[in-house]
Write a protein that binds this ligand. Structure first.
Ligand SMILES: Cc1cc2nc3c(=O)[nH]c(=O)nc-3n(C[C@H](O)[C@H](O)[C@H](O)COP(=O)(O)OP(=O)(O)OC[C@H]3O[C@@H](n4cnc5c(N)ncnc54)[C@H](O)[C@@H]3O)c2cc1C
Length: 370
């Protein structure tokens, strides 16, 4: 019997598990270590804030996926990895040995310079915690005559959160001030100037101030400060003995196999490709997750691995109002109700597809009996 441990039930492992369902060879035990039994889909978070979706509509049931793949869930956090000794340590004190390891723990939020703000500062990651936090922020705003919110970080996540939070807060409080603070790289780095200009105009229309953040925490006099400051490698990787890039992410090849340990794979925000530049995004986590799932089955069968080739441009759909979104694809941008319809369709299809469809497929094909 060989054991494959999956660490983190994020975008990449959700897709990997659905690819693996029904294809797991006998003699391979699969264990997912994740703090929760569901995955909350970040793409639907802005829709949750404005009331388009309930939290349960944004949730993918990991249990159903695991059952379909004949895998087991251990509800815990990994606190240490020893890639040389082939084991992981959990926050419940257990140590699990593995033959194969797959990492999809996402990334952390950089907070440097913001510690003095203390209890008023919250991070949009982990997304699951943010889903729980938002009703508290709304209740606080509802009790107040005025409320101020600063969103730090003007990438795709920060922009969407600023629009959605402004809309949501203004429904419960008469006097709301929202500011979006960008780094020196400006608004939506990596997106085309047409997208940046259009979003700048929309921010003005929606009464959201766009400022440059000087890392001076004292300048942030807000009731609530939300950090959407991008990605930082999980700290526990430093002691893992895995080969890492200079920023501390797991270095992988085009098959998403670790450069230092060939029984370890990684996908999503936690990894770094050394052959091609790849943005940390849900799009790449999902697409590389499909290749990861196929490769985890391939190595267990002694078969060759597939490679993941990221496309030069990915489609981003940025929600800026309850039923409006802007599509950003390379140099092109289109906005309005139709783009929101497209986003809503893609997001719902992803969540519902991985919750109910996989389960139905498993029941129809009799995979649940293995
Ligand atoms: C508000 C918001 C909106 C976004 N919108 C978009 C978008 O529209 N398009 C896009 O492409 N990208 C978007 N992103 C970025 C996208 O969410 C991330 O790139 C994506 O989540 C990365 O997926 P992942 O598979 O690496 O990990 P994640 O989906 O982040 O999941 C990581 C999982 O690992 C678990 N975990 C973490 N540490 C441990 C541990 N020590 N032990 C066990 N489990 C652990 C976590 O609980 C979590 O379940 C958005 C991000 C945010 C915050």
């Amino acid at each position: 019997m060989q054991r494959l441990i999956l660490v983190g039930g994020g975008h990449a492992h959700v897709v990997a598990l659905s690819v693996m369902a029904g294809r797991v060879p006998r003699g391979l035990e699969i264990v997912l270590v994740n703090p929760s039994s569901h995955h909350l889909y970040s793409g639907m978070l802005p829709g949750f804030l404005v009331g388009n979706y309930t939290a349960s509509q944004c949730r993918i049931d990991l249990q159903a996926l695991l059952q379909a793949a004949g895998a087991e869930l251990v509800r815990a956090r990994v606190t240490a990895i020893d890639a040389d000794a082939r084991c992981v340590r959990l926050d419940n004190g257990r140590t699990l040995a593995y033959d194969w390891l797959s990492l999809d723990m996402g990334s952390e939020t950089p907070q440097a310079g913001l510690e003095p703000l203390g209890p008023r500062v919250f991070s949009v990651k982990p997304v699951a915690a943010f889903f729980d936090l938002w009703p508290t922020a709304l209740a606080q705003a509802q009790q107040a005559t005025s409320f101020s919110l600063s969103v730090v970080g003007a990438g795709a996540a920060g922009v969407e959160i600023a629009f959605a939070a402004a809309h949501s807060l203004r429904r419960v409080c008469p006097n709301v001030r929202v500011q979006l603070l960008s780094s020196e790289s400006g608004l939506l780095p990596g997106h085309a100037p047409s997208v940046q200009n259009h979003i700048t105009t929309l921010l003005k229309t929606h009464n959201i101030d766009l400022l440059t953040f000087s890392r001076d925490a004292a300048a942030l006099r807000a009731d609530f400060v939300l950090l959407a400051t991008g990605a930082k490698a999980p700290a526990l990787l430093r002691e893992s003995k895995l080969g890492l890039d200079e920023a501390g992410y797991v270095l992988v090849d085009s098959t998403h196999r670790s450069r230092s340990h060939d029984n370890v794979f990684a996908a999503g925000d936690v990894c770094s490709r050394d052959d091609v530049p790849m943005a940390r995004s849900g799009v790449h986590a999902v697409r590389s997750g499909a290749v990861l799932g196929a490769n985890l089955i391939a190595v267990a069968n002694g078969a060759p691995c597939k490679t993941y080739q990221p496309k030069a441009a990915s489609l981003y759909l940025l929600a800026y109002a309850p039923r409006r979104a802007m599509a950003s694809w390379g140099r092109l941008s289109v906005s309005g109700w139709l783009m929101w319809q497209l986003k809503d369709w893609i997001d719902r299809r992803f969540v519902e597809g991985h919750s109910r469809f996989v389960m139905r497929r498993a029941q129809t094909n009799g995979w649940l009996t293995r």
